[in-house]
Design a protein around this ligand. Structure first.
Ligand code: CTP
Length: 418
């Protein structure tokens, strides 16, 4: 994640989640951002300004009467260079203050005096009853209507001993959300991207099956990159042990048939389909209901296989894909003669762009090298981390997509749907 050149005001209001803000601040700095911390009096009860100063490398502000500013106006000066203000933790009281437009302490005053258009991101943190209270929900609706972005909350054990909604998101989750909002170029804004990832698992019986070495890392990285580029992302994932990228809707499947059903249900709403999954080519003709036992003869059971449907080919043949309304991207995992196989596969699958890679050099690894194959030929990328390749690929897809006419923008569609 690269936040170099970005300047953030990180506001802390009072809550036990302040301890997570130290980690968040560190993460922001590590990603290259500069951070100006502002704390309320209550926040200073939970964590000291000394900690936040040490982590941010800047003196922390806490009072609107702070005489360090030449004009004595920290509430104006601090936000003027910022690319965003993030309040983490944002307490129930602080949400209420924002909803009312209060200005009797520095942090709420600073939010009220922020330039119009400067993103205000809120990471709520509170007890589950406080979170669910109609007053809090009413205030959240109000601050949203006033232009703030509410980043959502986590669920689970709370410091008070209760369990439920209202925990502040974890520092890495916040970092990812903040990065999305700090990004000014969002080439896939308003687009819907459907991605398949990981292997499929084809059951032989309830305890066995066939699968492959795909880790799903590339498909998940593409989902993260597409979301960062502004897209609404649906990720159809085979059995992998990877965390769902923030803001991405995930549909878990096991078999190729389940993956196909999930893709078919989502493809009509998509603008882009990226088939990054390593779909098993064959499945056992019949999955046994009970475990197949050894019969004592020393002979293994004879398994019969049938071919799985080609999910990508099916989508690429659909009228929407043929008309250009759905841009399809395929992958090819090969072991040799990559360019020849990838070029042939692109034609066979009927897709405008096919991404080739050498399977054994890609499966399970954190880096990879891609070969982008289209009608004009093939272009290799550098060997790089999968995250970086995913960002490059998403930018490439965005460049290749047909420009919007104005009639197919989300705004126009909403207008005619009314
Ligand atoms: N694919 C798919 N459904 C299948 C098989 C493959 O959607 N049943 C997609 C993959 O997600 C990938 C592309 O098709 O985007 C190519 O997959 P790959 O396994 O490399 O190719 P195959 O079609 O299986 O061809 P071959 O076995 O001849 O290499």
């Amino acid at each position: 994640m690269d936040l170099s050149g970005k300047h953030l005001v990180l506001g802390l209001s009072g809550g036990i989640a302040c301890y997570k803000s130290a980690e968040l601040c560190r993460g922001l700095i590590k990603a290259g951002a500069t951070v100006q911390v502002v704390m309320t009096e209550a926040a200073e009860r939970f964590i000291t300004p000394v900690t936040m100063q040490a982590l941010s490398g800047r003196a922390v502000y806490g009072s609107q009467w702070d005489a360090r500013e030449g004009n004595n106006m920290p509430h104006i000066n601090l936000s003027r260079e910022a690319d965003a203000i993030a309040i983490a933790p944002c307490s129930a009281d602080f949400v209420a203050r924002l909803a009312q437009g209060r200005a009797d302490e520095l942090l709420s005053l600073l939010c009220l005096a922020r330039p119009s258009g400067l993103p205000l991101l809120l990471a709520p943190a509170m007890n589950r009853e406080m979170w669910a209270h109609p007053a809090t929900q009413r205030n959240l609706a109000q601050v949203r209507a006033d232009g703030a972005v509410v980043l959502g909350v986590g669920t689970g054990a709370q410091a008070c001993g209760e369990t439920g909604d209202g925990r502040m998101l974890e520092p890495d989750e916040l970092l990812e959300d903040i990065a999305v909002h700090l990004r000014t170029d969002r080439p896939l804004a308003g687009r819907r991207v459907l991605i398949t990832a990981g292997p499929t698992f084809e059951a032989i019986d309830p305890v066995r099956g066939i699968t492959n070495h795909s880790s799903g890392k590339m498909g998940f990285a593409i989902a993260r990159a597409a979301r960062a580029a502004g897209a609404e992302v649906v990720l159809v994932a085979g059995p992998v042990a990877l965390a769902t990228p923030r803001g991405v809707r995930r549909i878990d499947v096991q078999s190729a048939l389940q993956m196909q059903a999930a893709v078919q249900a989502e493809a009509d709403a998509a603008d882009v389909f990226v088939a990054a999954a390593a779909v098993a080519d064959w499945r056992p003709a019949r999955a046994h209901d009970a475990k197949i036992k050894k019969d004592g003869s020393g002979r293994p059971p004879a398994l019969e296989f049938v071919e799985n449907p080609d999910i990508l080919h099916g989508v690429a043949r659909s009228p929407r894909a043929r008309s250009g309304a759905l841009y399809c991207v395929g992958f090819a995992a090969e072991t040799h003669d990559l360019e020849i196989h990838a070029a042939a596969k692109r034609l066979r699958k009927g897709v405008p762009l096919l991404v080739g890679n050498i399977g054994p050099a890609a499966f399970g690894r954190d880096d990879n090298q891609l070969l982008l194959v289209d009608a004009d030929g093939a272009r290799p990328t550098a060997r790089a981390p999968k995250e970086a390749l995913a960002t490059e690929l998403v930018a490439e897809i965005a460049r290749r997509m047909p420009a919007r006419t104005g009639f197919d923008t989300p705004d126009f569609q909403r207008t005619i749907a009314r």
